[in-house]
Structures are given as C-alpha cells and as structure tokens.
Design a protein around this ligand. Sequence first.
Ligand code: PFF
Ligand code: NA
Length: 460
Amino acid sequence: PVPGNGDDASRGFWSSRLAFILAATGSAVGLGNIWKFPYVTGENGGGAFVIVYLICIAVIGVPIMMAEVFLGRNGRHNPITSMRLVAERNLKSPAWRVSAVVGMLAAFIILSFYSVIGGWSASYVEHALVGDFAGGTADSINAIFSDLLASPIQLLIWHTVFMALVVLVVSRGLKGGLERVATILMPTLLVLLLVAVGYAMTTGHFGEAVSFLFKPDFSALTFNAVLIALGHAFFTLSLGMAVMMAYGSYLRRDISIGRTAISVAFMDTAVALLAGLAIFPVVFSFGLEASAGPGLIFQTLPLAFGNIPMGWLFGTLFFILLLFAAWTSAISLLEPVVEWVEEKTSLARAGSTIVVGVLCWALGIASILSLNVWSDVTPLGMFERFEGKTIFDLLDFFTANVMLPLSGLLTALFVGWAVAKESLKLDLALDGTAFTLWYNAIRYVTPVAVLVVFAYNLLA
Ligand code: PFF
Ligand code: NA
C-alpha cells in the first residue's frame, strides 16, 4: 500500500478515545456555542427554544453524527473516497459520494468566512487587553465594532492571522497538530468558561439568566424558531460538512461510535448552556437587551466589560476563550479538504494544507469586502428574496440553508437505506434498544425533519 494513502497504519489513528472526543468536541464547540447560541436563544424567547433545541440535538443531531463517524471509519479515507468505498462494499452506486462532495464544498466556503469572524475574536482580545473598552458607553463600544467592519485592512490582517494559525496546526498532521492542540485548548477553554460563569454568579442576576434559559414559555415559540433550532443543531455539532467523517477516518475500530458521539454532543450542549449562563447575567445586570442579535458578544458584552472592576482581565479571558473555540472549529473545517488533496495528489501534508489554506483565505476576502467596499454589491439582487444580500450573506445563506441540509439528508438516506444493517450493528456497537432507536431515527425521523426544513427554507 502507498503510505498515507490506504488502509495501512501509517495513515495514523487518534491515540485514544479521549483524544478523539477532545478533537471532535473542539470541532463542535465554536462560535456556534458562544456567539450564536446565546443570541438566537435571546431572539427566540429563551426556555422554550432551548427545549426544542435539546430535542433536535438528541433526536437528529446525535444520530447523524454517528452516521458520519461510521462512514469515515468504515472508509478510512477522505470523506469522498470513504463514501465511495462504503457504497461499493454495499453494492450501491458510487454516486452517493455526492453527499461528501457537497459537505466538503460547504466546509471550504464556511471556513472562508468563519475565519473572518475568528479574526474579529482575535482583534477583540487585543481591544480588551489594551483597555479599549474601559469606561465605554454604548456609542463608543459600537464604534469599535463598526470601525472594524468598515476597515478592509484591519479585517484582512486579522483574517490572515487567524487563517495562519489554522494552517499551522493542520499542516502538522493528526497527532502533532489536531490532537495536540485539542488536548491543550479544550481543557483550557472549559476552565475559562467556568471562571466566566463564576463571575456571572457574582452579578446578582444569575437567577434571572437561569429562568430565561430554562423556564419555557411555549407561547413565544414559532414554527420559524423550531426551524432555527434544527438548523443550529446541525451547525453546532459540525454536521453536514464531512468533518465528522474526516475525524472518524482516524478512529480505531474497537471504540464505540455510539457512546463517543453522545459524549461529544453532551459536551457541546454543556458549553452552549454554560456560555448562556456566563453571558446573560452580565447582560441583565447592565439592563441590556437579551435579544440584541449578532452584536450580543461584540457590542453588548464589551460594554459590560468596560464598566466592571477588572473588566479588562475578564474581557481578555472571554475573547481568548472565543478565539480558542473558533480556532479548533476552523481546524476541523480545513481537515476534510486537506485530507482529500493529500490523498488525491502527490502533495504531502504541509503542501496540501498551504494550497487549500491560501485558496480559502483568498475566498475570505470576498466576505471582508462585503462588509464595506462591496456592501452594495448584491449579485442575486434581481431576485426578490435575495434583495440586499451581499456576497457574504449569500455564501452564508447557501451553505446553511441548501448545502448542509442536502448533505445531511443524503448522508441519512445513504446510511439508513443503502448500508447493510449488519455492518451498522457491528460498527456502532450499540445495544439492542439503542440500536433500534438510532436506526429508526436515521431512516425516518432525520430525513423527514431535514426535508421539512429544506422545503420551508427554499419556499417560504
Ligand atoms: N460547530 C461549530 C460551532 O458551533 O461553531 C461550527 C462548525 C465547525 C461547523 C466545523 C461545522 C464544522 F465543520
Ligand atoms: Na457547536
């Protein structure tokens, strides 16, 4: 066998079950948990939304994660080749691999703008550290954010820094790169988050945050909120982007996919809830709006950091936490495409990473310019539903609303209907009842739920 190219051991494995869990949790825990979860929860009325979100994670997210890890481990190649191999072993059409193609394309596009937002986090570490928020007013804090978005040069510098950090890790490969960074950053992140929650407990508004997050008011729940919850469950668990397939391809066969996927989903959920418990008490103690939207952590929170004792320190720690979370997620977005290039070309690990990283960095420039110089450029503006949408908006819209559900749907259909049941039983290592639950979820519940969201997003 060609080294690195096949089933041979030289391709490498995660050193342990824990190493895989930390790396996969590193992928899952990201901007989605710390930036997006609190603000979508805020926008959608709190508790009832959280319950629907938890149901989506358990009933749809976990089963798809298991399916993706299964495909990667069974194929033991890059996601596209893995899916083809699994299809062939089950005497099914190799065309099923289109699911991985769509997922990898989505990963590449998403990384291009995820890196821009990762760059915002890095720039906010600096702002907090040098005391730019100190004594700030709503206007001065908002100005920091809008000045950043208005400056292509600033955005480009931070996007470049962030992408360089990602390329650095991925180019070092599985053990020296992905695994090492996850084992250092994930425990650090957890400690920082607990410090943040500890601080939030001293604000006197902790109880308010707890009831906001956990007291359901079902009258505030709309159909749209249910769809957002499902979409977010996908995004937060890094599904539909071939990432869990790529990570699964390095997982030893004697490790239970079922238990492992549940651990990752549990950690991801715990971090999202803890982030809510860290952020909302601070927001409430300053009488700020929980429904502030995407600006919640870049505008609302810095206002608080600027006006509390030792705010520069808590602010710096908070944005470092955000940066670490974004970093390990971005690493996982780059991995599937790099794995593919490495296996399909004569380029080695480092070369593959640099080629893909540079292309992705270049695409990110389109998103940067969409925020300022090209803010009036709306390529699909002639269609009513895309009116006013910049290139950045369109990339976000098509990946989140078209590519991810499509890839997720095809994955569920493939694993649920085309792969032999015996092979699934063997690989997932779930006991009888758990297997039956999972099998029905992947065959029926998931495809139906994803189709409903898909149809609604496209037609409504
Ligand atoms: N799960 C990440 C988050 O919640 O921020 C985002 C993400 C990372 C999505 C990697 C997809 C992915 F492949
Ligand atoms: Na997440």
